[in-house]
Design a protein around this ligand. Structure first.
Ligand code: NAD
Ligand code: UDP
Length: 338
């Protein structure tokens, strides 16, 4: 299939290109580079041994996006493009709503005009809020999102469901990602956060490499086995292959389909820090800090639906995630050099 990846120069998108290519699909990338560097695409091209057609376009720019569709006939779109920093979304709600919501509205409109009605959308476990069921199944009710970023994901899910309901020719796959970490085993591509990382793993790797003095662990008084927050970390290459699997749902004319992409295992912050130090033989100094506002104690999924319907499951465990995150960081202490 010929697939358009919006936001394809980013962390998850760049890894997904490799898996799509492996599965025989062809890929075109649209990205405005607001949170990425074209070097990621140059490196992916080296890994897969072919150039990746790339348009530096903002998905909100209808004219420019229409031109991309004029020049290509796409079978499906994987829509990664969006702003994703939770804290920043609280400080800049309008920018987040405008980018994520308007960007998706424009994309859907252009897709419709071009008779391309197959979309895979990057959603998030954040839509479950403080989950009513652990492990979380897809029929767990959605919860309250405490920040504009989470609101955009939750609202866009509703928008996509309405679009599919109104026109059953659409096939919409909502992928609810848990916590992607790790990097391609080559160490050539990985997560490249701007400024101080918000997420746990990039903070750990930047501490291990000496960019940060110590990791702050946000709370050790949660109702979890060791008191620190528990999450479902998933290797980004497994997450990437989940998108290839999701194309099966599109091919089977799924209408609307929702899948959790996680491993089904919950690891605490201390589990991750200890695994990272052990696997890589490096020290990660840490201090316990107060809880981070908006955080929940425990979040991990039941990934059985994706296994049953898409024949997809995560292959990599926490040790490989820690090894590959470190391999990327130590070979690229400044990321792509931005
Ligand atoms: P990322 O920031 O690395 O990639 C997103 C890409 O989208 C970037 O390259 C950015 O430049 C681009 N982009 C943003 N706004 C755009 C616009 N208006 N037009 C064109 N391009 C635009 O993030 P990621 O971690 O690869 O995440 C990909 C998607 O998955 C996002 O939608 C994110 O919200 C979602 N998601 C990520 C996580 C995570 O932990 N990384 C978890 C759940 C969901
Ligand atoms: N966390 C932490 N220190 C950090 C970043 C995160 O202790 O510098 C904790 C956070 O409180 C949560 C877990 O690590 O329990 C995962 O946080 P992340 O921001 O990576 O993902 P999310 O909160 O979105 O699941």
């Amino acid at each position: 299939m010929k697939i358009l990846l919006t936001g394809g120069a980013g962390y998850i998108g760049s890894h997904t290109i490799i898996e799509l290519d492996k599965a025989g699909h062809s890929v075109v990338v649209v990205d405005n580079l607001v949170n990425s560097n074209p070097e990621s695409l140059r490196r992916v091209a080296k890994i897969i041994g072919k150039e990746i057609p790339f348009y530096e376009v903002d998905v909100r720019d209808k004219e420019a996006l229409s031109k991309v569709f004029d020049e290509n006939k796409f079978d499906a779109v994987i829509h990664f493009a969006g702003l994703k920093a939770v804290g920043e979304s609280v400080a800049k709600p309008l920018e987040y709503y405008h980018n994520n919501m308007t960007g998706t509205f424009v994309l859907l409109d252009v897709m419709r005009q071009n008779q391309c009605k197959n979309i895979i959308f990057s959603s998030s476990a954040t839509v479950y809020g403080d989950p009513a069921i652990i492990p979380i199944t897809e029929d767990c009710p959605k919860g309250h999102c405490t920040n504009p970023y989470g609101q955009t994901k939750s609202m866009l899910e509703e928008v996509l469901m309405d679009v599919q309901k109104a026109d059953p020719e659409w096939n919409v796959v909502l992928l609810r990602y848990f916590n992607p970490i790790g990097a391609h085993k080559s160490g050539m591509i990985g997560e490249n956060p701007n400024g101080i990382p918000n997420n746990l793993m990039p903070y750990i790797t930047q501490t291990a490499v000496g960019i940060r003095k110590e990791l702050g662990i946000f709370g050790n008084d949660y109702d979890t086995p060791d008191g620190t927050g528990v999450r479902d970390y998933i290797h980004v290459c497994d997450l990437a292959s989940g998108h290839v699997a999701a194309l099966k749902a599109i091919n089977n004319k799924c209408g609307l389909a929702i899948y959790n992409l996680g491993t089904g295992h919950g690891y605490s912050v201390l589990d991750v820090v200890n695994a990272f130090m052990k696997v890589n033989g490096v020290n990660v100094p840490y201090v316990i800090k107060p809880r981070r506002p908006g955080d929940i104690a425990t979040c991990y999924c039941n990934p059985a639906k994706a296994k049953a319907e898409l024949d997809w499951e995560a292959k990599y465990g926490i040790d490989e995630m820690c090894r590959d995150s470190w391999n990327w960081q130590k070979n690229n202490p400044n990321g792509y050099g931005k």
